[in-house]
Design a protein around this ligand. Structure first.
Ligand code: TRP
Length: 318
């Protein structure tokens, strides 16, 4: 096992490499996991409370409304393993509905978000064992040995699966299936296809919180990699790509300019973009097909009355 300091150092090297590579290739892109430093995680929490950002409240509504069904499918004496736990607010609903819960394993890229959530959960659920793992949920994860025999319910809310490409998403579902074991299940929140008039404001809100979240990546590069980005000279852009069925998020240069990162110069033409995120939107049939391609059974889906969002229970065949 790595220490938290080692994990943070690995993340740091990774950041330098990914940013330099990402700014050197065309089209430019930087992996979305770097949006979530302490400030980014805070801004993301603000996004989840915005009027225009329907996914969080809709998913929370579904979890609350169907908590008993979910608990019944999950069974007793399980451990929850959450991929990208953030504030763990949604997990709290599950934990409250699962009285026989053995342990909660929270995996997140932000050490700050993890420790804050762990403190809150240990206080609210004194009998619950809370285990935190700092890192990318896409990497190989070692679960504590004592959980080997415990049945595991994976939890992957927030439509984070939509932030992966389609093949990556199937790859993630396969890895999760192996980690969760032959008697494991996976509860996964997936945003549904819908009109652009709802989607675009969800990723470009009127208060500019999403813009601040996206542009915070430049602040992070300035601070951690000696970057010289002037935030006033870049804009947040959110575009719906209908053909690919996804929202695409960019940081766009407002003028011709040169920026340095770790001493390396990068020139931007006006309108040139850095791609920072995709958020794929799926139909229930797509979700079932991806689950099955990864060896899961799409056992059940819960959808809100407005058909905005889905919570899906994947189980193992047999
Ligand atoms: N999983 C979230 C989503 O796809 C992440 C997200 C919300 C996001 N708003 C964003 C990522 C803005 C980048 C920029 O909805």
């Amino acid at each position: 096992m790595q220490t938290i300091a080692q994990a943070q150092a690995t993340i740091q090297d990774d950041f330098a490499t990914e940013v330099l590579n990402g700014l050197s290739r065309r089209p430019r892109s930087i992996p979305c996991r770097f949006l979530y430093d302490a400030r980014g995680s805070e801004l993301f929490e603000q996004i989840t409370g915005l009027e225009e950002y329907y996914p969080t409240r809709t998913e929370i509504g579904l979890l609350e409304r169907h908590a008993d069904d979910i608990a019944e499918m999950a069974g007793e004496d399980v451990a929850i393993v959450e991929f990208g736990s953030g504030s763990s607010r949604k997990t709290e609903i599950l934990i409250a509905a699962l009285p026989e819960l053995d342990a909660y394993v929270a995996i997140d890229i932000s050490a700050a978000a993890l420790s804050e959530a762990a403190i809150r959960l240990r206080e609210r659920f004194p009998g619950l064992e809370v285990i935190t793992v700092t890192g990318d949920f896409n990497d190989a994860i070692d679960l504590p040995d004592k959980l080997i025999r415990t049945r595991k319910l994976g939890f992957f809310p927030g439509s984070t699966i939509g932030n992966l490409g389609k093949n990556e998403a199937i790859g993630f579902l396969k890895t999760a299936r192996e980690l969760l074991g032959a008697d494991g299940a996976l509860l996964i929140g997936v945003d549904l296809k819908k009109d652009e008039s709802i989607l675009v404001p969800a990723y470009d809100d009127s208060e500019g919180v999403t813009a601040a979240f996206n542009l915070n990546l430049l602040t992070r590069i300035n601070r951690e990699l000696g970057g010289t980005f002037d935030l006033a000279k870049f804009a947040h852009e959110a575009i719906y790509n209908a053909e690919a069925g996804r929202m695409e998020i960019y940081i766009t240069s407002r003028e011709d300019q040169e920026v340095t990162v770790l001493g390396q110069p990068f020139s931007f033409a006006r309108g040139e973009r850095i791609h920072t995120e995709n958020s794929h939107k799926y139909a229930l049939a797509d979700i079932a097909a991806m689950a099955e391609a990864a060896g899961w059974t799409h056992a059940r889906a819960w959808v809100d009355d407005n058909n905005l969002f889905s919570v899906n229970m994947l189980t193992q065949a047999g």
